[in-house]
Ligand binder design. Structure first.
Ligand code: CO
Ligand code: ZN
Length: 328
C-alpha cells in the first residue's frame, strides 16, 4: 500500500490542474475496468459493468495549493489560496510548482501578531533576484503545492495530500480486488473538490447513478486539547451521517452500517458541522441522488503532514467491497 500511496501523493495535482495525477491513476486502473474515460471537466470515470444498481464511488484527485498572483520587482511571488490552504500551515513550508521549481513560503517580517498572518502578507521565495528571473520559471496563475515524501510508521501513513489521494488509493485497491458484481460500479476520480466539489456535481449529472458514496478524509477528535469529535484515528472507517453540506440518505447510510456489522468491520459515525465532501454536490444533482460517505479518519488535514491509520484504510476497502455487492 505504501508504494501506491507514495506514488499518488508524490504526484502534482492542485484543483483545476489534475492532468498529472489523472494520468497516474488512469494507468493503474485501465486494465481493471470495462470502460474508462475523462469527461469534459476532467473527472476520470472508470466503469465496471453490471446489470444491477449503478453505484458511483467518488474520490477527489485534486489537492489544495497556493496560486501565484503577482511577482514583485525583486522576484518574490505573492499568492493566494486554492481551497483550504491555511496561512499557518503554509508558513515555513517548502512548496513545489508543476515544473519542479521549489519555493519557500514566508511572511513580511513587520507582522507582529501571529493572528495577522494571512496569505496576503506572505510570499513565495524561489531564490531569484528579479522579476525577470522569476518570470522565466513562475508566472501568475501557476500553482504550488506542499513538497515532501510519504512515510509509513507505527501503522500510520504520514504525507502531504492524503486528502484525498488516500481515497483514490482505496478505489484503486477496490478495483484490483473486485470480483464480478451484479451492481455496476462507477469509480469517479473527481476534479476541483477543494474549491467546492465542482467536478463531482457535473460528473453525477452526466452519469445519473442510482446511489453515490464519497470517499474522503475527515478530521479526528483524538489529539491534545482538540475540539471534541466522535471520530478517532484507527477505530475504523467513519460512515457519514452529516456534514455541513449533506445529510446522508438513510438508504446509503443504513446499507453501509449493515455491511460493516455483517462483515465485523469496525466503524464510527461522522457527524460534523463544518466542512464537506463530494456528496454535497452529488446528492443535489438532477432529480436528486441518494448519497452518503465513507470517511477515512485523518489528523492534521490540509497540512503537509496529514496522518491516517493503515487499518482504517484497509477496513475502508473491505467495507466498500461489501457495499458494492449490497442488494438495494
Ligand atoms: Co480537503
Ligand atoms: Zn478531501
Amino acid at each position: 500500500m505504501i508504494t501506491l500511496i507514495s506514488e499518488l501523493t508524490g504526484t502534482y495535482g492542485p484543483s483545476g490542474r489534475e492532468e498529472n495525477i489523472r494520468e497516474v491513476i488512469e494507468r493503474k486502473v485501465a486494465g481493471k475496468v470495462d470502460e474508462i474515460y475523462t469527461d469534459t471537466l476532467g473527472n476520470l470515470v472508470a466503469v465496471k459493468k453490471g446489470k444491477g444498481r449503478r453505484i458511483m464511488l467518488a474520490a477527489h484527485m485534486d489537492e489544495i495549493g497556493l496560486i501565484a498572483t503577482f511577482i514583485d520587482e525583486k522576484g518574490f511571488i505573492r499568492y493566494s489560496n486554492i481551497g483550504g490552504a491555511s496561512p499557518f500551515y503554509s508558513l515555513g513550508q517548502k512548496v513545489r510548482f508543476k515544473n519542479g521549481v521549489t519555493g519557500c513560503v514566508f511572511y513580511e517580517q513587520k507582522l507582529e501578531e501571529f493572528k495577522e498572518l494571512k496569505h496576503e502578507r506572505m510570499y513565495i521565495d524561489i531564490g531569484t533576484r528579479s522579476r525577470e528571473e522569476t518570470e522565466k520559471l513562475v508566472t501568475p496563475g501557476d500553482i504550488a503545492v506542499f513538497a515532501g515524501d510519504a512515510v509509513e510508521q507505527n501503522g500510520r501513513f504520514i504525507s502531504r495530500a492524503l486528502d484525498d489521494r488516500i481515497g483514490c488509493a482505496i478505489l484503486i485497491k477496490l478495483l484490483e480486488d473486485l470480483e464480478d458484481t451484479e451492481n455496476e460500479i462507477i469509480c469517479v476520480f473527481t476534479v476541483q473538490e477543494e474549491v467546492g466539489s465542482r467536478g463531482a456535481g457535473t460528473a453525477a449529472y452526466g452519469l445519473m447513478p442510482d446511489i453515490a458514496v464519497a470517499i474522503d478524509v475527515t478530521n479526528t477528535g483524538d489529539t491534545p486539547e482538540c475540539k471534541p469529535l466522535s471520530v478517532d484515528l484507527g477505530k475504523g472507517p467513519a460512515v457519514m451521517v452529516k456534514d455541513a453540506y449533506t445529510i446522508s440518505h438513510p438508504l446509503v447510510k443504513n446499507a453501509l452500517i449493515e455491511c460493516a456489522e455483517k462483515m465485523s468491520i469496525p466503524y464510527q459515525l461522522e457527524v460534523i458541522s463544518r466542512g464537506g465532501n463530494d456528496a454535497g454536490a452529488i446528492h443535489k444533482t438532477a432529480g436528486g441522488i441518494p448519497s452518503g460517505g465513507v470517511s477515512i479518519p485523518c489528523r492534521y488535514m490540509h497540512s503537509p503532514c496529514e496522518m491516517v491509520d493503515k487499518s482504517d484504510v484497509e477496513n475502508t476497502v473491505k467495507l466498500l467491497k461489501a457495499f458494492v455487492s449490497f442488494k438495494f
